[in-house]
Design a protein around this ligand. Sequence first.
Ligand code: CUA
Length: 330
Amino acid sequence: MPPAVRRPLLLTVFGALALAAAAPALADNAGFTPVTPESPGAEAINASFLWVAVFTGAIFLVVQGSLLWFVFRYRRGRRARTDDGAQVHGNTNLELAWTVAPVLILVAIGAFVFYKLPEIVDAPAAAAEEQELEVTVKGYRFYWQYEYPNGVIALDRMRAPVDRNVRLRITAPDWDVIHSWWIPAVGGKFDAIPGHVNTSWFRVRNPGILRGQCGEFCGVQHAAMLAELEVMPQDDFDEWYESEAQAQEAGRGDLGQETYAAACAKCHGMEGAGDIGPPLAGNALVNDPAALEEVVRNGRGAMPPVGRDWSERQMDALTSYLREELGDGG
Ligand code: CUA
């Protein structure tokens, strides 16, 4: 094939490949773009992402475009291998342009992000009649524990009312390690640091379940440290909130099972058959609440003190659950 035919053909093939790759990349985000935002903080993060992407996309095209242009336009062709190419010295306008343009781009990006930052960090004031909810989020190896103002405790799955400001106090017990609270659809990552409180917030418009993942490598079961946010209509939330408080106070309800699933099962298996940790089924500890509590509060060997600061109520819920499910109380 003569070169005059080969060139357009090559360009067409490369163009078609680029288009074919672009289609799946753009379809249903495919992991290339952030998840659909469900809360103002996540919306502001998304807007900042898109704003930065406009510049990085343009820079990519300019750099790769000129690369290709130079490769083709200034290729050796019929010149002898030993001949020098054209010698170019200085171009004041060009040099000014590539110095000033990046400065302007950085200013534009910085200004936009600082403009959006307050939305990401702070909840707007709620209407006077509106109840705000504040939840303490604590990261433990390897589960999330949520503490509500009325004393309700939940693990891994947080429940919250729809269309209300929910403020979060994110921390970790001081014997634990750093985790990172992250539900992408409601906002950015916030570190859960032992002995330090970070704050975040969300306000979700539609009921549903949003998923997240601990965003800081924290140990062997980091990958299992998932979080869920169940956003419920206000009435459903109020009903759950009240009945859960009563159930937990009376020692009924699912706190034991929830605690086991979140804090124990990730290492010992949901059936207690053992996994990373030794099996619990058939272990004498499950029939001995005092000995079990000793291990849960202080850890043993590779096991962290998963429940060092649990209330008596939560500890009782767990030890009764274990005795019923895996011990002689069943
Ligand atoms: Cu907790 Cu990673």
